[in-house]
Design a protein around this ligand. Structure first.
Ligand SMILES: Nc1ncnc2c1ncn2[C@@H]1O[C@H](COP(=O)(O)OP(=O)(O)O)[C@@H](O)[C@H]1O
Ligand SMILES: [Mg+2]
Length: 422
């Protein structure tokens, strides 16, 4: 078998630690038995101990780093030279505590760990590596002469990804190293992806919580507004009407005045009812409700708002009509509150499959990124999407154009019914 720089690693493995020594057959000209290997650089550790660190020359591109741990120096050099010749960055440690320290400091991409070391063996070292969050994710491959199944299983349950039996064929060791480096990279990529997605979800969750808090605040505010409208408008006007009826014997208070007061109370009530749920929508349909919305807005605000209806809108399913009206009302409220527009247009169109309502203005303009800044458009989009529809901001300059779309799933419009003779 051809190995990289090593012909073959063969022979009956006599073991150290009372089990003898291993016999490695090396090509003479590339012997790694000498004191100084061509790649080797001894880096003085901060404490000046015998940390043996082997690296590729300075300036090399970042390569995968491998920590080889073995108390057999010969084995360290053999494995080290094999990996360095394949362009890998190799660090070595001759014992458990040294291995733990180097692993935490450099976080190698892979650890090749000898099983039989004194005083702390490979199993205990692996367990310690896995219990430290800094080193837990680093894949560990056991190098062992002990191919007893129980030992292998024990190593794998401790978190090792693989084992290579000594004596080994260099090609096998390299193939395993390569495949675990690749797996490690893929796993790292996946882990980063999961972390990024989790962070995204956490941020979204926080935003949702803030928005739901804002929603209940908006609801409270709307209730207060309605209560205040009833109190300041309708109740006051009716109280005034009563007072006038009480004073009706006075010639100065005419029936016409009482009539005007009651008329104003009725108008206030109608306006409040329209804000709650417009009767036009249920009695006459979306077309009439939108016309009423335009008319009321023009009366209350200095904006030239118009309605254009493409084709017959009604009849519509009740929920679609209600959602389309609610959407149009939110967009018109935004036009008044945010756009600083002089004019606006509600454009409502329907065909057999969908209903589309666009609100266009000539104000300061907006884009999709504004959705979610407040509660109105965000919750409207949620409701439309849960209905199978959509809300989008169409590009437009100057001004804004927000388009609501609702599916009608083959609902026939009045025009279709006339056309079909139904
Ligand atoms: N027609 C518009 N013109 C300009 N900006 C708009 C318009 N409609 C919405 N916006 C912007 O989008 C944001 C989000 O709107 P919305 O979700 O309805 O929240 P809110 O109205 O409560 O602020 C608004 O705060 C505003 O900055
Ligand atoms: Mg709004």
């Amino acid at each position: 078998m051809q190995g990289p720089g090593v012909d073959a690693v063969s022979g009956a493995a006599a073991r150290r630690h009372g089990r003898g020594t291993q016999a490695w057959r090396m090509p003479a000209e590339r012997s790694i038995m000498g004191d100084q290997l061509p790649y080797e650089r001894r880096l003085a550790s901060p404490r000046g101990d015998a940390t043996r660190t082997t690296t590729v020359p300075d300036g090399a591109a970042r390569q995968d780093a491998i920590l080889v741990v073995d108390d057999d120096l010969l084995m360290l050099r053999l494995v080290g030279s094999l990996l360095v010749e394949r362009g890998l960055r190799v660090h070595t440690a001759t014992g458990s505590s040294e291995a733990l320290r180097i692993a935490a400091a450099i976080r190698p991409d892979l650890i090749l760990l000898d099983l039989h070391m004194e005083p702390c063996d490979g199993f205990a070292t692996c367990a310690l590596l896995k219990s430290n969050p800094v080193t837990a994710a680093i894949p560990v491959i056991f190098l062992t002469a002990d191919t007893d199944h129980a030992a292998v299983v024990h190593g794998l349950t401790l978190g090792a990804v693989d084992y290579v039996a000594k004596p080994f064929a260099p090609a096998v060791l390299l193939a395993r190293v390569r495949s675990h480096l690749l797996l490690g990279r893929l796993t790292g990529g996946l882990r980063a992806e999961v972390a990024a997605r989790t962070a995204e979800l956490t941020a979204l969750n926080g935003r949702l919580k803030r928005l739901s808090a804002a929603a209940s605040l908006v609801e409270q505010r709307e209730r207060r507004q309605l209560a205040q409208g009833l109190h300041d408008g309708v109740i006051q006007t009716l109280a005034l009407a009563r007072a006038r009826i009480g004073a009706a014997t006075e010639p100065r208070v005419s029936l016409a005045e009482i009539d005007a007061t009651l008329e104003s109370a009725i108008a206030d009530l109608r306006s409040l009812i329209f804000d709650l749920s417009p009767p036009e929508l249920h009695l006459l349909g979306l077309d009439a409700a939108l016309a009423s919305l335009v008319e009321r807005t023009r009366r209350r605000f200095p904006v030239d708002l118009a309605l254009r209806v493409g084709g017959a809108l009604d009849p519509l399913p009740e929920e679609a009509a209600a959602l389309a009206f609610l959407g149009a009302r939110e967009l018109v409220a935004n036009l008044i509150r945010h756009a600083a527009a002089r004019s606006g247009l509600i454009l409502a169109e329907r065909d057999r499959d969908r209903l589309r309502v666009s609100v266009i203005d000539d104000g300061r303009g907006m884009d999709e990124s504004r959705i979610g800044r407040g509660f109105g458009l965000f919750s409207l989009r949620q409701r439309l999407e849960s209905f199978g529809g959509s809300l989008r901001v169409a590009p437009r300059a100057p001004g804004a154009c927000v388009v609501l779309t609702l599916p009608l799933a083959g609902q026939a419009s009045a025009t279709d019914q006339v056309r079909d003779g139904s």
